[in-house]
Design a protein around this ligand. Structure first.
Ligand SMILES: Cc1cc2nc3c(=O)[nH]c(=O)nc-3n(C[C@H](O)[C@H](O)[C@H](O)COP(=O)(O)OP(=O)(O)OC[C@H]3O[C@@H](n4cnc5c(N)ncnc54)[C@H](O)[C@@H]3O)c2cc1C
Length: 409
């Protein structure tokens, strides 16, 4: 006979200890609620996970009184965005003009960010972080989601909750189990992530490079360059078939001042990580008792590197809107829909921009062997520095920045 499942109860259970889940858990616990966050991995150590902490996220850290300690962690500060088209250099974004406390993007390994947040959250007795615990399924009773079936160190059991949040990322199994309809917006390219060494005298910046039908992004990380090489969708097999020598030749052609480092740095395709780019969003983010946030609700294109920021903003909006209702008991579907009403607009605006950039700029560039002429708006941004505030604001803060409205309890 099977052992009966053990069951624990909490006010809110959150599947996924990424930026969305950890921030949401922290905020709800800070508001006095009992929260359980599940993370299927044993730690937060995963490479190439996106390490950009945007000015609006830093603003949230400031509002929470965490910024000073947070910035003591090793990080790099990026103040401008730059684009090299062929041999011409353009400065196209300037974060130093933003109306935020931090006028830069902080580059910090995502695990440091998550470890920091987890450390602060764990100080609250009503916050529970269960590592190596995987959400397997939703518990559904009378068309309402009442918690999760999970598998953890102690075996399989149930966590019952007034609210279940799926923050389990772009491959969310809970979203799939919920049956909420997902709309795929398509993406014509994938990204190959790799590292190149940093040398003395390198610019500490964010640099995009466009040349001979190739697109390369270099993100300065003080002891290495985190680089993304864009390829047409599904093109990694072809690149591997063509061989490492040919790939290294392509990298040398586009890597500019770092070209001489490619040979030693890239010795195997194992050092190259494929990101299959997906852009999608849920048509409906909630069901009774259940809400999706972050990548689980909307996978973003890497254009602009805004995925983490949007996930954090979702978490703040969720806590602002739902903490008062959770204190009363179980939030209604109407309350859950308010989160979507608040966050769907910035998601749609940014995805529309990403899809437009993918179709109008990236796909034609990758399909041609030529170096394109710089578009007029790029020339204008480079020529008139005050214009650079607009892209910096769009990327660094997003269309509807959130602020912490809940008081510490
Ligand atoms: C290669 C790569 C590079 C990126 N670069 C950038 C960048 O530079 N800037 C940027 O802003 N964004 C970047 N992104 C996107 C960014 O990482 C995501 O948008 C962001 O992390 C979304 O946060 P999230 O909390 O919604 O989901 P995730 O960060 O995906 O977190 C989900 C968490 O849930 C856990 N999980 C999954 N399933 C379960 C389960 N069943 N039970 C328990 N736990 C589960 C996962 O282990 C994970 O820790 C990048 C993404 C990738 C893949």
């Amino acid at each position: 006979m099977e052992e009966p499942l053990e069951s624990i109860s909490t006010s809110c259970v959150i599947a996924g200890g990424g930026p969305a889940g950890m921030m949401c858990g922290y905020l709800l616990a800070r508001a006095g609620l009992d929260v359980t966050v599940l993370e299927k991995h044993a730690d937060f150590l995963r490479d190439f996970r996106g390490d950009t902490v945007h000015p609006s996220t830093l603003e949230i850290m400031h509002e929470l009184g965490l910024l000073e300690d947070f910035l003591k962690l090793p990080h790099t500060e990026i103040r401008t965005g730059n684009l090299d088209i062929g041999d011409r250099h353009f400065t196209i974004g300037d974060f130093s003009r933003l109306p935020t406390v931090c006028k830069f993007i902080a580059l910090m390994p995502q695990w440091d960010f998550l470890d920091f947040l987890a450390g602060r959250a764990r100080k609250m007795p009503n916050f529970h972080l269960l590592m190596e615990t995987q959400a397997k399924d939703l518990i559904q009773e009378d068309a309402r989601i009442c918690g999760l079936k999970v598998s953890g160190k102690g075996g399989e059991y149930e966590i019952r909750a007034a609210l279940t949040i799926a923050a389990d990322g772009r491959h969310s199994i809970l979203r799939d189990k919920s049956g909420l309809p997902l709309r795929d917006l398509g993406s014509p390219f994938d990204a190959l992530w790799l590292r190149l060494p940093v040398m003395p005298g390198d610019p500490a910046d964010l640099i995009g490079k466009v040349k001979n039908g190739q697109i390369f992004v270099m993100i300065y990380r003080s002891d290495y360059w985190q680089c993304a090489y864009l390829i047409p969708k599904g093109g990694f097999d072809t690149i591997q078939r063509e061989g490492l020598e040919r790939f290294r030749a392509r990298l040398k052609d586009i890597a500019g001042f770092a070209a001489g480092r490619v040979e030693d740095a890239i010795r195997d395709f194992d050092q190259v990580k494929l990101l299959t780019v997906t852009v999608n969003r849920l048509e409906q983010w909630a069901r009774p008792g259940f809400l999706c946030i972050g990548d689980a609700a909307h996978a973003m294109s890497p254009v602009g590197g805004v995925g983490i920021n949007l996930a954090i903003q979702d978490a703040v909006a969720t806590a602002n809107i739902l903490a008062p209702a959770l204190r009363q008991g179980t939030p209604s579907l109407e309350m859950l829909n308010k989160v979507q009403a608040r966050r769907a607009f910035p998601t749609k605006v940014i995805q529309a921009f990403q899809v437009m950039a993918q179709k109008q700029l990236l796909a034609p560039t990758l399909a041609s062997a030529q170096t394109p002429e710089a578009p007029l708006f790029i020339k204008a941004l480079d020529r008139w520095p005050w214009l650079r505030l607009f892209p910096a604001r769009f990327i660094g803060m997003g269309p509807r920045p959130e602020h912490v409205r809940l008081h510490n309890r």
